[in-house]
Design a protein around this ligand. Structure first.
Ligand code: A5P
Length: 236
């Protein structure tokens, strides 16, 4: 399978959903990077947008692509955010995110957006969250071992994420990430509530009821799945 082709098909379909005058949340990861490149091309052809980046890495990429950037301080309302995901349940559009380490800013930006559009290749589609991927949990470095113990009691097998040099990974917010293997997650809402209640946890990668649309790249085609508007955008 040619993953890049699938990612590009989804990314280009998503970039086409952006219109003049929009405030656009810019996601993080390889698929989101393809969206940023496609938007950069449209900006060069005259599209007028401002981007709100979800990571330092994305801010750099967007700047290189010629997309003007802004902040939530200046634009508290975002029209459309386009981001990748690590796992997607097609029936509910529930997600796991955060393999790229940007989950906290991604969740803040998504929560401030009218529409939250996800771009993935078809390998990300699962029946049940947790099938392939751990849930990334962003934690305060102070006492992270105690937080890991609490997560273990909640059913996780936590692993401290390391960077390429083998030292604990630091997020843009200066936190660590515990990649928490739960196995298939039967009740993601219960788990999200439990994680939210653990002291030392800053945020987790369960994005439930937030995505309004998912575009799935399948070879050269892009398939779109919508979610009803009811009850959306409640960050969990
Ligand atoms: C970043 O923190 C993640 O939430 C990404 O959205 C996710 O890892 C997707 O990245 P790829 O598009 O590179 O798979």
């Amino acid at each position: 399978v040619d993953l890049n082709r699938m990612k590009r098909a989804a990314a280009e379909a998503a970039a086409a959903a952006v219109a003049d005058g929009m405030v656009v949340g810019l996601g993080t990861g390889s698929t989101a990077s393809l969206v940023i490149a496609a938007l950069g091309n449209r900006v060069r052809q005259g599209l007028q947008i401002v981007g709100i980046p979800t990571s330092a890495r994305t801010a750099e990429l967007a700047t290189q692509s010629g997309i003007p950037l802004s902040t939530l301080a200046r634009h508290s309302h975002i029209d459309l955010t386009i981001d990748g995901a690590d796992e997607v349940v097609r029936a509910t559009l529930d997600l796991i995110k955060g393999r790229g380490g940007a989950l906290l800013r991604e969740k803040i930006v998504a929560g401030a957006s009218s529409r939250f559009l996800i771009v993935v290749d078809k390998t990300k589609i699962v029946e049940i969250l947790g099938t392939h991927d751990p849930v990334p949990v962003e934690v305060i470095p102070f006492g992270w071992q105690a937080t890991a113990e609490r997560l273990r009691k909640a059913g996780a097998e936590p692993t401290l994420r390391l960077d390429a040099q083998g030292i604990p990974y630091l997020t843009d917010g200066g936190h660590h990430i515990l990649d928490c293997q739960f196995g298939p997650i039967a009740e993601p809402r219960n788990l999200a509530a439990e994680l939210d209640g653990i002291v030392g946890v800053v945020e987790h990668g369960l994005f439930l009821g937030m995505a309004t649309q998912v575009i799935v790249g399948e070879d050269d085609r892009a398939l779109t799945f919508d979610r009803e508007a009811a009850g959306r955008n409640q960050p969990q």
